[in-house]
Write a protein that binds this ligand. Sequence first.
Ligand code: GUN
Ligand code: FE
Length: 479
Amino acid sequence: MSDAPRHSSDTRTGETIQLRGKTLLASGFHMPARGSVGELENALILVAEDGTIASVLRPQDPAYDAELKAARKAGRLATLPNGFYLLPGLVDLHVHAPQYPQLGQALDVPLEIWLHRYTFPLEARYADAAFAKRSYELLVRDLLANGTTTALYFATIHQDATRILVDTCLEQGQRALVGKVAMDNPGECPDYYRDVSADAAIDGTRVLIDYVRTHPSNAEGLVKPVVTPRFIPACSDAALEGLGALAAECGCHVQTHCSESDWEHSYVLQRHGMSDTESLDRFGLLGRRSVLAHAGFITEKDMEIIALKRSAVAHCPLSNAYFGGAVFPLKAALEKALNVGLGTDISGGPSASLFDAMRTAIMASRMLESGIEPDLPAHERSRRKGARIDFRDAFYLATTGGGISIDLPIGRFAPGCHFDAIAIDAKAEHGTIRLLDDLDRGEAILQKIVYTASKPNIAAVWVAGRQVSSSLTSTMGSE
Ligand code: GUN
Ligand code: FE
């Protein structure tokens, strides 16, 4: 590693470090499997020309010294300076892209009122392409700067605005899965913001799928289309059925909300006589590439269905605190081997940072374990022993767990995975991580990163080997 003295003020902005065809010498952490932290110490990560990881060499590997020498000689060695830690890029499994303008607002009412009072009127504004462009450019830039290298996006019902979101992700280099929202049920959706019919919802989805798949700038498949019934209440049965058939036909990802709140969960029980999970399954909407947001009220049977279909849950702990009315039994889901990742649920969750989602997931699990009613003695307060997760689980969910949930080779450093990564500057003056050289080692460093990192600590972000957000440059120059 470079042992030149450094501080954040050493870094200059403006240039970027591209890693395709290069070898990166770096230390850091990843979590290839739940439970055990993988520590990289002076690892060499060989990034292929297509942005995937060709190999990861550790100092004890026989090929290490030769590769270090060869990369240096060929001028293709990039070195992450001392004090920086490489982590996998973060995977946000649930973002409402059009809601970014109301982040940190409007969380004073229950979900069913919030949608009609604040959210549908805001989303309807995306009929205006100029408004969409301005809003989406800001969102994607901010999410990249927060370390989110992959996002699963709900857009709006609009064709043009949804295309703008796709274009923006491609222009800024974010890995993204984008869905045109389908919502055609006049009983639950306002006249001013609704697909005019089930056919319009289905055909509009098909047109967007074609747009993404044939996009001239998307040859590498950085952006993928998603079949996106908003949630059962917003959709007619005809739309749900058609979208299930379309997902099967196109082999697309699917995203929706599932058993999010008491109102929503009860609505589906009344309308379909079964849970959201059972109903979505009946419509063919549960498959290996389906992501169910929230799932706070799923039953044991629902969990079994989700596990059987190998679908995933996007756990959104921030938003659940406002709309959920209960804490998602995350540990139980993990122990049933469900695929789970984390979502910010912008703007139902008032933070665009997956670090906040990690921390809130830990905190929510601790409160689920301890119980919350101070009038009760401790032994009666706690009804879910062992419900807690720790920083390792939270980090796993935001990286590898997210990648598995959407069936993409991301979230860890292994041959064949995309090189999507962030560099944490643990010495950033305006950051919030404070490491003590003589105290903090190994996993303890990762723990401090998970609990205390903030945007100024995120010095560089790469997607598929391309640097897409940066304050780190010259100290990391190629040798
Ligand atoms: N259910 C239906 N639409 C939404 C939405 O926009 N946000 C959340 N959190 N839940 C929903
Ligand atoms: Fe949501």
